[in-house]
Design a binder for this molecule. Structure first.
Ligand SMILES: Nc1ncnc2c1ncn2[C@@H]1O[C@H](COP(=O)(O)OP(=O)(O)OP(=O)(O)O)[C@@H](O)[C@H]1O
Ligand SMILES: [Mg+2]
Length: 496
């Protein structure tokens, strides 16, 4: 059978000199799900961008249905029948769900509102996911925005859909919705290229898979003849693959409460909720999309002006609601949405990392101390294994997972005593996930308090001492991490 798409000897050298792809070839058969995996910085997103016309290859080429591919830009690719959902999806925050889904469509449907509504409704039904058509996309959670982006690609009726880490922000039930729709569409003859760091997803969903390492293909096989172990060593190469240990409960009794939340609520979002996190403790917040998990972290951090209730840091009430005061009182927030809140893309890595600490790193707080800033960045790059040529690289040139680690590093080395972490390892590869869990545990071991949100309930079990389950803005259960399992957490979070 003629492949739908072939990639032939593609090289990509970015203007900065990074040789991101080194002679990549692969063939995608029609009606299959083709998995693309590899460590952070392996070249997955670069390949997706070349296939979808966002970036030109430096050499090599593509064929489409047996002929040399004719497109040179994303619109041309779309016209040929390729739709891509990129890792950082550009949606227009001020526009509604409806307008975003049909954005960039030239046909008459763009002007025919009732027809668009009907089509959105039909799409939602087809994948089994509900969205409010008139809601501004900027108000949606990262996960719901991801679903809008997927609908946007499907609205083009493509024959090949490229999904770059679509599940990084989705929790188990939402993942199931996505998987079901991918399977259903495959039966209808749609072909997928699917990028993910979750090996269980890849083994479960794909027919064929390609592993990239340092810009080269190291495995290209039918999924059914590969094993998880084989994939792990193909992905990490000679980098040591650390086995994930389970629930590391801290030694000794937990310390004083460092974070106390009393009757905190925000109208229409969550609450009232009350809980404490003690020194040396990692508490997980398990909840689905829209449960209020992110909103709760933001309110604790003082970023929700209409929230009411009391937040105490180390026994002292946090007065006034502003992130600045929160930082001064010892709080740090690692946000979920790195593209919106976390990073300055045009700035160098070292400048991004030292941004929150300019004061403490500066001589008498006036003159920034470049030397100390750079040393801190070098330490962060080593500790977190950020794959970058040098700390002088701008963050915009990093792969998605490595950018996420920079967000984390921004807060890690400061004077904070209470850490609020929203999806700290989203988009991070299997090797680095273990590193991040290790860093979280070391914060606790140093007597800090950590409150973290993760869509991966298994990860919460591995990183936390205690897990608080939140559903529809209310705390519905609390469990010791060692005394619960994925099944129970999923049931509690979804109210089954
Ligand atoms: N715009 C760019 N300019 C310069 N270098 C870039 C650019 N985008 C990516 N790179 C570099 O190319 C290499 C491959 O990056 P890519 O984003 O393709 O990785 P990835 O496999 O998608 O990783 P992740 O799992 O972290 O998303 C990395 O070394 C990265 O720093
Ligand atoms: Mg990527």
């Amino acid at each position: 059978m003629t492949p739908l798409l072939t990639v032939e000897g593609v090289h990509k050298i970015y203007p900065s000199g990074t040789h991101a792809l080194r002679g990549v070839s692969l063939a995608v058969r029609p009606g299959t799900v083709h998995g693309l995996i590899g460590a952070n910085g392996a070249g997955k997103s670069t390949l997706i961008k070349i296939i979808s016309g966002v970036e030109p290859p430096s050499s090599g080429g593509l064929s489409w249905k047996g002929e040399p591919a004719a497109w040179t830009d994303p619109l041309g690719a779309l016209a040929a029948g390729l739709a891509a959902v990129h890792q950082h999806t550009p949606l227009v925050g001020s526009m509604s769900v409806l307008d975003n889904v049909f954005l960039g469509r030239r046909e008459t449907i763009k002007w025919d509102a009732p027809a668009r509504r009907r089509e959105l409704q039909a799409l939602c039904e087809r994948i089994g996911y509900d969205l409010e058509p008139d809601q501004p996309v900027g108000d949606l959670s990262v996960g719901a925005r991801q679903m809008v982006a997927i609908l946007q690609s499907l609205a083009r009726d493509p024959s090949l859909v490229l999904l770059d880490e679509p599940t990084a922000a989705l929790s188990p039930p939402e993942r199931d919705i996505l998987f079901r729709s991918v399977r259903r569409l495959r039966e209808l003859g749609v072909t997928f290229i699917y990028v993910s760091h979750f090996l269980d997803e890849i083994l479960d969903l794909t027919d064929h898979l390609t592993v990239l390492r340092d810009g080269q293909v190291v495995v290209d096989e039918e999924t059914r003849v590969t094993t998880e172990q084989q994939l792990v060593s193909a992905i990490v190469g000679d980098r040591l693959a650390r086995v994930e240990e389970n629930a590391p409960t801290s030694d000794g009794p937990p310390g004083e409460p460092l974070l106390t939340v009393q009757n905190l609520s925000s109208p229409g979002k969550f609450g009232p909720v009350s809980f404490t996190v003690r020194a040396g403790e990692v508490v997980g917040l398990a909840g689905l999309l829209g449960s209020g998990r992110t909103e709760l972290l933001e309110a604790v951090f003082g970023a929700d002006p209409v929230a009411s209730g009391t937040v105490l840091i180390g026994g002292r009430t946090l007065r006034g609601r502003s992130p600045r005061r929160a930082v001064r009182a010892g709080l740090a927030l690692v946000p979920e949405d790195r593209s919106r809140q976390g990073l300055l893309r045009d700035w160098e890595i070292w400048r991004n990392i030292s941004l929150p600490y300019l004061r403490s790193l500066s001589w008498r707080s006036l003159v920034p101390n470049r030397e100390r800033e750079r040393r801190l960045a070098v330490k962060a790059v080593t500790d977190l294994r950020i794959v970058a040529g040098t700390t002088e690289m701008s963050v915009g040139e990093l792969s998605g997972g490595n950018a996420q680690k920079v967000v984390f590093a921004k807060w890690l080395y400061g004077p904070a005593t209470v850490f609020l972490l929203d999806e700290p390892s989203a988009g991070v590869d299997i090797g680095a996930k273990a590193d991040i869990v290790g860093l979280i545990r070391s914060l606790a071991a140093a007597g800090k308090a950590v409150l973290m949100v993760s869509s991966e309930f298994e990860e919460l079990r591995g990183a936390c001492d205690r897990i608080v389950v939140i559903r529809r803005g209310q705390i519905v259960a609390q469990r010791l991490a060692a005394a619960t399992d994925l099944h129970e957490l999923t049931a509690l979070a979804s109210g089954l």
